[in-house]
Design a protein around this ligand. Structure first.
Ligand code: ZN
Ligand code: ZN
Length: 250
């Protein structure tokens, strides 16, 4: 008992000293924060949670007033036919969430996985489709990109949800595509066509699936992945993403 107390006191002393020498700063705005275990300051947390509370189209994820949604679709979804059957998203591509996603992808900040996946889990709450899901399927990246980055962030995010859902890495990215920013919606569609294939040995016939990705922009990637899965016999294909960039929707 006494030994445990001494160890605890030493741990606290070490943490205090550590905090004095390297004071914790908010990963987004870099202001000093009180606790070494926090990653964001109070203002950035607030901004992040505010951005998660906005209404969005349950069909495409674009931010839209709930009064502009008719039969589960915004007017852009009525005009276009998505291959996926619905979406849950955490937020718009807000500056704080954007910082966290970029840090995870480009700086290998895998310590953000827990918080990002818990936000994904919350975004599923209140939606009807999570009860239907048989498998989560991460959107794959090309093997050359995986080699340079060392991981596929969508697979890691899906695995964090793996205590509640079965995860199968069923899709492969067989074509190295150009980075999509700057491309028109039609250009994105052309760019991504033929980029994915179902890996052998995955029987998804009659199953309800949910794609997992970090960001949805035009929806061209989700549409192409959903097409491959439905062509292979999937019943329903939903999508779960951290952020939806609102500007375009194909
Ligand atoms: Zn901050
Ligand atoms: Zn929509």
């Amino acid at each position: 008992m006494i030994v445990r107390k001494i160890i605890k006191t030493q741990e606290q002393l070490f943490l205090s000293l550590n905090h004095l020498l390297w004071p914790a700063t908010c990963m987004h705005c870099h202001s000093l924060i009180g606790s070494g275990s926090e990653i964001l300051c109070g203002d950035c947390w607030q901004g992040l949670f505010d951005s998660t509370n906005s209404d969005y189209c349950p069909s495409c994820g674009v931010q839209v007033s709930r009064y502009a949604i008719i039969d589960g679709k915004c007017n852009r979804c009525v005009a276009s036919n998505n291959n996926y059957d619905g979406i849950a998203r955490v937020s718009t591509y807000s500056s704080t969430l954007r910082s966290m996603i970029l840090s995870l992808k480009l700086s290998d900040k895998q310590e953000y996985l827990k918080i990002l996946s818990s936000m994904l889990r919350s975004s599923l709450d209140g939606r009807a489709f999570p009860q239907e899901i048989d498998y989560l399927i991460p959107v794959p990246i090309h093997w050359t990109r995986q080699l340079s980055r060392g991981f596929n962030q969508s697979l890691l995010l899906a695995k964090e949800l793996g205590d509640e859902y079965l995860v199968i890495d069923a899709l492969a990215r067989i074509k190295m595509t150009r980075m999509q920013p700057g491309l028109s919606p039609a250009g994105r569609k052309r760019n991504i066509k033929g980029a994915f294939a179902l890996r052998r040995g995955n029987n998804i016939r009659g199953k309800n699936l949910c794609l997992v990705d970090d960001i949805k922009t035009s929806g061209a990637t989700l549409n192409e992945c959903a097409k491959i899965l439905k062509d292979a016999g999937a019943a329903k294909v939903y999508a779960l993403v951290l952020a939806v960039a609102d500007k375009v929707n194909s």
